[in-house]
Design a protein around this ligand. Structure first.
Ligand SMILES: *Cc1c(COP(=O)(O)O)cnc(C)c1O
Length: 372
């Protein structure tokens, strides 16, 4: 689905220079590279604080730990997302309250969200799924009105721009009280192992998060709160520092592929190409289409695989129907749009190094299956 080998080949020399700095200094943990990357990312995002951590799931968890919500508090989350978003809520003894998504953008439905706010609700976690921002302006208004925190899961949308009604533009993950991202290798800004980060403009929250990721330590061996060990190591920071310089270029490359797919599939009534919101750019973490009722998705997936073309289903089972979360009492039919998407979506390869020839093979493979 991605080609990290060809991408590495192009930046190998730069990466090796930064790796050598880490290896020669042996500053593997909290070394200078971590701070260099952190500052570079703060400047890129236009945010006051970036707090690196071990992965995107930790980033979400630590943000919630910093708020110390009472056990049983409700956190609103879209029903259609990667499980990590839901997992950390349940893990902290909070209650995930699912909200339906829009059938076009696949992002959190603001009207359904408004109907799910109760006197136990403490926070909303919008997910900028597949690389496009949820509709943050009405969501922030709703949050403000109800005194709720907003934590953006921007693991799939780093670099995407959200435009407010007045024309102001903000980077995904910098609009709410805090944002969480992942540097998993296949993400849009990926390292060569696990990594993650938290973004916030709130100085007090930033200080609290910095303490939590470091065992709740205020000064060495003084622990003010229960924390975790969640660090980005220096070698990963070295990779990210180099790759951040290319992030906008990488987003453009992904958009070019998406535009070519759109053109090739746009005419077909068997496939619905990704919707583009007017308020957000799309950085295409995934190129995910919705197949019409008449297409046998498993058949397409198998046919493509037989022709050497990977395709993936993100996500086959909605969170409200996952076994692990059965104890929250949701049932089939609770989120019809989400359930429909889970049965109809398929994602095709998209990455920063795709040749026209590769795109052609994939496009032809899909169209051939339709025309059989
Ligand atoms: C990848 C991802 C995460 C988790 O990130 P990890 O670094 O794998 O822990 C969380 N939310 C979403 C939407 C993701 O895609």
């Amino acid at each position: 689905m991605v080609d990290l080998i060809s991408q590495y080949a192009k930046i190998k020399d730069e990466i090796r220079v930064e790796f050598d700095r880490v290896l020669d200094s042996a500053a593997f943990i909290n070394g200078p590279l971590v701070y260099e990357f952190q500052s570079a990312l703060e400047a890129y995002l236009g945010v006051n604080h970036v707090i690196p951590c071990a992965n995107g799931t930790d980033a979400l968890q630590v943000i919630m730990m910093a708020h110390d919500f009472p056990i049983g508090s409700e956190v609103i989350v879209p029903s259609y997302t990667y499980v990590a978003t839901v997992e950390v809520i349940a893990l902290l003894g909070l209650k995930p309250v699912f909200v339906e998504v829009y059938p076009d953008t696949f992002n959190i439905d603001i009207e359904d969200l408004s109907s799910k706010i109760s006197n136990k609700t403490v926070a909303i976690v919008p997910v900028h799924l597949y690389g496009q921002c949820a509709n943050m302006e009405p969501l922030m208004e709703l949050a403000k009105l109800n005194n709720l925190k907003v934590f953006e899961d921007t693991a799939q949308a780093i670099g995407a721009d959200y435009t407010f009604r007045d024309g102001r533009i903000a980077k995904a993950g910098t609009i709410g009280d805090a944002g969480a991202t992942s540097f998993f290798p296949a993400k849009n800004l990926g390292c060569y192992g696990d990594g993650g980060a938290i973004f916030t403009n709130d100085d007090v929250l930033a200080a609290s998060i910095r303490m939590i990721v470091n065992h709740g330590q205020s000064k060495r061996y003084y622990h003010d709160s229960i924390g975790v060990n969640s660090r980005l190591d220096s070698l990963q920071a070295a990779v990210l520092k180099v790759k951040l310089k290319y992030l906008d270029q990488y987003s453009d490359a992904r958009r070019d592929v998406a535009n070519n797919y759109d053109k090739a599939f746009g005419e077909s009534n068997l496939i619905e190409v990704p919707f583009r919101s007017e308020f957000s750019t799309h950085v295409f973490h995934q190129y995910t289409v919705k197949l019409s009722n008449s297409v046998d998705r498993k058949g397409l997936n198998t046919y493509l695989a037989q022709n050497g073309i990977p395709s993936m289903i993100y996500y086959p089972v909605p969170n409200h129907l996952q076994k692990a979360y059965g104890y929250f009492g949701y049932k089939k039919g609770d989120f019809p749009t989400t359930e429909d998407l889970c049965s109809k979506v398929i994602s095709f390869p998209i990455h920063t190094e795709m040749s026209n020839e590769q795109q052609g093979v994939i496009i032809n493979g899909v169209l051939e299956y339709f025309n059989r």
